[in-house]
Write a protein that binds this ligand. Structure first.
Ligand code: EPU
Length: 303
């Protein structure tokens, strides 16, 4: 989506929001798939309510993109302007056992920053790619740890009220790869309460998780992590593997040889290739197991 109304462009600039025209979005995602759009970089959280009011007033559709590690964007020109937060400095601040983290911060780096302050609990999340905001939205989890456990407060921009609000952790439902945040909520910052642990002990836990992940997941390839959620009591990866689908591909979209629930972009895969692969694998699993797999990756569909 292109913003070409000079008055709107001037009003956006007056808010201190940076307007980048015709940005290629693929490099902003871990799958490296996606077309182009104008991107608005938000430097101050406080400018969000007015920015979104302006976009609505001008009937400019918009979507918020976080770390890009769990999302499949459409090909071609996207029908939305993209909003992104710029990183705050410093992006983690400490008070006792509380870590106040900017939602644009990298999840993995935040885990290690907290570790250096002898605050642990998040070791399992170390190799999960993406931002703190994305981790909150999806209740990112691995190796028995889910970020929701530690959340005490979240600051969000709520599209429903047009305001920045602070939610208490107890008000938010954190389930398996699902939360009660509204789709158009934008996470801004979070307060996590973490257990005290010596750095050396946390480091040991981090090493173990890293080794497990390296042994079972294709870490150096372009992917969005697991493509499907695990069905209750089952394993999407095991079912796809049992169907002999490792290496199965549509164009350059391919089922990883290492972990069958990771679909990789092996070259120049398009969104259409990836969606066709997802549909094909889902159909085969349905035919064989009678299980309807649900996507774990967030697919941006034009309505
Ligand atoms: N398996 C196979 N073949 C495969 C992959 C897995 O037989 O190709 C088997 C494994 O041997 C194991 C079982 O399936 O017995 C489960 O596999 P794994 O331990 O790799 O875990 P997973 O259930 O596939 C989940 C999360 C991962 C997370 C790991 C570690 C989901 C959809 N996936 O994977 O999260 O990293 O556990 O905790 O919940 C993600 O969310 O994107 C993600 C990758």
């Amino acid at each position: 989506m292109v913003i070409n109304d000079p008055k709107l462009i001037a009003a956006i600039a007056a808010l201190g929001v940076e307007h980048k025209a015709g940005v290629s979005l693929a490099p902003k995602t871990s799958l490296e798939i996606g077309g182009t759009s104008d991107v608005l970089i938000i430097r101050k959280h406080e400018s969000l309510p007015e920015l979104i009011r302006l976009l609505k007033q001008s009937a400019v559709p918009h979507r918020f993109l976080g770390g890009g590690s769990n999302v499949l964007l459409p090909d071609g020109e996207l029908p939305w302007v993209i909003l992104q937060l710029s990183r705050q400095d410093p992006d983690v601040r400490f008070e006792g056992n509380n870590a106040f983290i900017d939602c644009a911060a990298d999840l993995g780096r935040s885990v290690t920053t907290c570790a250096k302050h002898d605050l642990g609990g998040m070791e399992g999340l170390i190799g999960v790619p993406g931002s703190i905001g994305g981790a909150l939205r999806m209740n990112a989890g691995a190796y028995g740890t889910q970020i929701g456990t530690f959340v005490r407060e979240v600051q969000v921009y709520r599209a429903a009220t047009g305001r920045i609000e602070t939610l208490r952790g107890a008000e938010i439902n954190f389930e398996y790869r699902h939360t009660s945040f509204a789709l158009d909520d934008i996470m801004l910052s979070v307060r996590l309460e973490l257990p005290s642990k010596p750095y050396s002990e946390i480091l040991q836990g981090i090493r173990i998780c890293n080794e497990k992940r390296r042994a079972s997941q294709p870490l150096n390839q372009k992917s969005a992590g697991c493509i499907f959620k695990n069905p209750p009591g089952g394993s999407a990866g095991r079912m796809i593997d049992e169907l002999g689908l490792k290496g199965h591909s549509v164009g350059d979209a391919r089922v990883s040889d290492r972990h069958a629930n990771f679909f990789i972009n092996a070259g120049q895969a398009s969104c259409a290739d990836m969606l066709a692969l997802i549909a094909d694998v889902r159909r085969r699993v349905r035919d064989r197991y009678g299980v309807e797999l649900e996507e774990e990756v967030i697919v941006w569909k034009a309505q």
